[in-house]
Design a protein around this ligand. Structure first.
Ligand code: IMP
Length: 221
């Protein structure tokens, strides 16, 4: 019998991605449907604390409650910009809703250089993701990072959120991110996430990395 993982998300893309990772291991991923506004985004300092709070809240909506054999998955991500001491970080969703990508570009307007490598260093940033899984009364955490930099202007119609302004760093032959400005086996060639198809984004994605980190800790179903 396969074990069910209830995924708390309102994002169809995230559900698809989690199914892609977990189904081959014998898990059935189902959407944990809750009314809009039923889960409160806490104002805390780290993505892990956000994920933990969401797990606790999600357990109230689990069909068989905390006695269930099922598991609960939540995932939380944010954009951390070095020159802004990590802002917007845990406030990424709020920042996107208020000042948006154009506001973020304005905040970095003074950080520019003709030299691409220097520009990438001045505007360095990273996406971070935490995937948290509740099972048998315990919470497992997986972490994923995607280093890169903030483009000088928005580009691309694909993706969501900050994708049009984020350029990922190149990857080495093992798929690991390289320092800014290093040319790698796999290169975004200066394209933003918004200007690449979802399949290409997966190579770099903080979310895929967080799920893979979680998977390494899981027994097969
Ligand atoms: P969430 O909590 O994982 O939904 O993400 C918080 C905020 O960061 C949301 O506003 C997202 O739009 C943004 N974000 C998270 N992951 C990505 C990504 O892969 N690309 C662009 N924006 C993202």
């Amino acid at each position: 019998m396969t074990r069910t993982i209830w995924f708390l998300t309102s994002n169809a893309g995230k559900l698809k991605e989690a199914t892609h990772h977990l189904q081959p291991l014998g898990y059935t991923v189902r959407l944990l449907n809750v009314d809009e506004g039923a889960i409160v985004e806490p104002q805390v300092d780290t993505l892990e604390e956000v994920a933990q709070s969401k797990i606790t809240q999600a357990l109230n909506h689990l069909p068989e409650g905390e006695q269930s054999e099922d598991m609960v998955l939540v995932e939380d991500a944010g954009l951390f910009i070095d020159a802004l001491n990590g802002f917007p970080g845990v406030f990424s969703a709020y920042t996107l809703d208020t000042i948006g990508c154009s506001g973020v570009l304005r905040l970095l307007n003074h950080l520019q250089s003709e030299d691409t490598i220097q520009c990438a260093q001045l505007r360095s940033a990273e996406f971070q993701a935490v995937a948290a899984l509740w099972m048998n009364g315990q919470i497992l955490y997986g972490n994923g990072i995607c280093p890169g930099w903030i483009a000088l202007e928005s580009s691309g119609d694909d993706g969501f959120g900050f994708d049009p302004v984020f350029i990922p760093n190149d990857l080495d032959e093992f798929g690991e991110p390289l320092p800014s400005g290093t040319y790698g086996e796999k290169s975004a060639h200066g394209k933003t996430f918004g200007a690449m198809p979802i399949e290409e984004k997966q190579y770099y994605s903080h979310r895929s990395r967080a799920l893979n980190d979680l998977l390494r800790q899981l027994p097969s179903a």
